[in-house]
Design a protein around this ligand. Sequence first.
Ligand code: C2E
Ligand code: CA
Ligand code: CA
Length: 605
Amino acid sequence: MIADLRPTASPKDSLLARYMQRFQEIRNENAAGAAITNALRLKRADALIKGVFENSFDAIAIFRREGGIEAANSGLAHLFGYTPETITSCSFYDLIVEGLDGVRNAVNQTGAKLGFLDGQGRRKDGTRFPVEIAVGEVQLGATPSYLAIVRDITERRAQEERVRHQALHDALTDLPNRVLFNDRLDLALASAERSGEPFAVVIIDLDRFKEVNDTLGHHAGDVVLRVVSERLQSAVRKCDTVARLGGDEFAVLLPALGSEEQALELTTRLVRIAERPFDYCGISIDIGASAGIAVYPIHAQTKDKLLQCADVAMYAAKEEQNRVSIYHASKDRNSIRNLTLAGDLRSAIEQGKIFLAYQPKIDLASGALLGVEALARWKHDDHGCVAPTEFIAQAERNGLIKQLTLLTVALGLGQLSQWRRSHRNLTVAINLSARSLHDAALPDILLRAIEEWRIEPHWLTLEITESAFMVDPEKSMAVVERLAAAGMRLAIDDFGTGYSSLSYLSRLPVNELKIDKSFVLQMLDRDRDAKIVQSTIDLAHNLGLKVVAEGVENEQIVTRLREIGCDVAQGYYFGKPMAAPQIDQLQSRLGESRIIRPRALAARH
Ligand code: C2E
Ligand code: CA
Ligand code: CA
C-alpha cells in the first residue's frame, strides 16, 4: 500500500523528495519487471498451448461459425487424410457426416461449453469412421470461434461390439445364445401379431451325445457340438435363427412359414443334415437328433408356451424315436407322465418292481419252441404296466441303465437256470442297450453270473443293436468279442433300422440277425418291405447267420417267411410276451426243439 507522501517545506524536504523519487523509480522498475515477467509467462503459456495443440493425440480444430477452419493440429489433418496445409482449406462441417446436427446446435448456442457427442467422420478418400466430437465456444477475438476435439473411436466401438457379441452368443459354437434367441422370438411374435403369418419354434436335442462325451471325452463332445452347429447354420434359410440353448440343445426360429407342413419339412431336412456321421480321429461318430416343433398361433401364442410346446414335442420325438414331431396336446399329458416315471424309475429298480415277460421264438421248419426273448416290464403303482420303450430311454438318460441291465440279467439267468433244472431246452435272449456295450466290465459280470447260476453259456443269447458300434466301435467290439469267446450267442437286433454297415456285420462274431418288425408287419402288402426281408435273409445266410423275423402277426406271414427261407419267427401270432409258467404250457403244446448248439465261431474267423 502506498502512503500519502505529499512534499512539505521542512528541511527534511529535499531528503524526502529524493526518497520519493527513488521510491517512484523503484515502483516503475517493478511495474516494468512485472510486465516483462507477465509477457514472458504468456509467451511460455502460448508455447505450451501450441505444444499441447500440436502434439495432442486428439485431432483439434478451431473453426468459425460458418465452418471455415482457422487452425488445426496435424492430428486432425492426419485423421482425415489431409496434409496440415490443405486441412485448413476445408470446412469443418465437411469432415463430419453423422452428428453434424449436434455440432451445429453447439455452435448456435452462445457460450457453449465443451460437450461430447458421437458421430461419423469422413476422410478425404470418402471412407467413414466412428468419431467422438467435443465442441465448445472459445473467445479469441471479437467474434467467437469454436474448438472441436475429434477422437477416432473405431477400436472402442469394436471392443464394445465384441462385448455385446459375447453377451449374446455361445462361446463354443458362436451361435446366438438363449438371450438373443429370446429377443428374436419377441420380435417374431410382435411381427406375427401384426401380419398373422405363422412361424415355428423348433427345439433340437442330440441323441447319444452323453455317450460321446463319456466314452471319447469332452474334446470329442465339443467337436460334435461345433460340427452340428455349422451344419444347422448352413442348412437354414437366411431369415431363420439357429441358437444353442445349452448342453446339446439347440433352438431354431423359422419365420415366414406357409404352413405347419413346411415347418415339418424344413425341420426334417435340418435333422437329417445334422445327423450325418462324421469322422473324428479315425472314428466314425454317428450322432442322432430329435426335434420338436411348435407353431404360432396354432399351438401357443406366447414365448414361454411356444418353447414349452416345442420341448414337449421334442421329448415325444425321442420317446417315439421318430426324430421329428409336431406338438400335440396329448403329448403334454405324456410329458407329465414321463416326468413322473423318470422320478420313480430308480426306486422301482431298487424295489424289484421291474420284472421280465417272455416272448416265444418259434423254429419255422419244425414249429417247435426254440426259446424266448426276455422283455422288461415295470409294474407302476399308479400307471400300471409300463412298456420298456418308455423307461429304457429314461434309464439311459438318467444313468440307471447299468443297474437295470444287471437286474434283467439276474432275472433272466434265474429263469433260465430254473428251466434248465427242470430239463426244458429253451434259450433265453436278453437285450443289451448300446451303452452297456461300452462298459468294459460287462463281460466279467456276465461270466460270473453264468457261473453262479451254473448255466452253459450257449443257452444265453445277447441281443445288441448296431448303434453301439457307431459311437465307439473299438470298445464295443472288444466287449462283444469277449462275450462270444466265452460261448454266449449274439444277435443283431432291429436289423435294417440303423446305419447297417456290412463291414461291421462281417467282422462281428454274431450268430443271429433279427429283422426289425417294421419290415415284417406289412411285408405282404408292401413290395419294398418284402424285398428288404428277402435280401436280409439272403445276406444273413451268406454270412452263415440264423435269421429271426420279429413282428409276425398272422399265419400268411408265417407261410411266406417259411417259403423264403426264414429260420425263426417271433410275434403276436405265436404269443405276446408272457409270464414264465405260460411259456411252460406253450412248450408242452408245441413241443421242444432240438438242442441249439453254439455255432463254431472259429470257422468264420
Ligand atoms: P425289441 O427288442 O425289438 O423287442 C420286440 C418288441 O416288439 C417288444 O416290445 C415286443 O412286445 C414287440 N412285439 C413282439 N411281437 C410283436 C408283434 O407281432 N407285433 C408288434 N406290433 N410288436 C411285437 P416291447 O416289449 O415293448 O419292447 C420294446 C423294446 O424295448 C425292445 O425292442 C427292446 O429294444 C427294449 N427292451 C425291452 N426289454 C429290454 C431290456 O431288458 N433291456 C434293454 N436294454 N432293452 C429292452
Ligand atoms: Ca430285442
Ligand atoms: Ca427288435
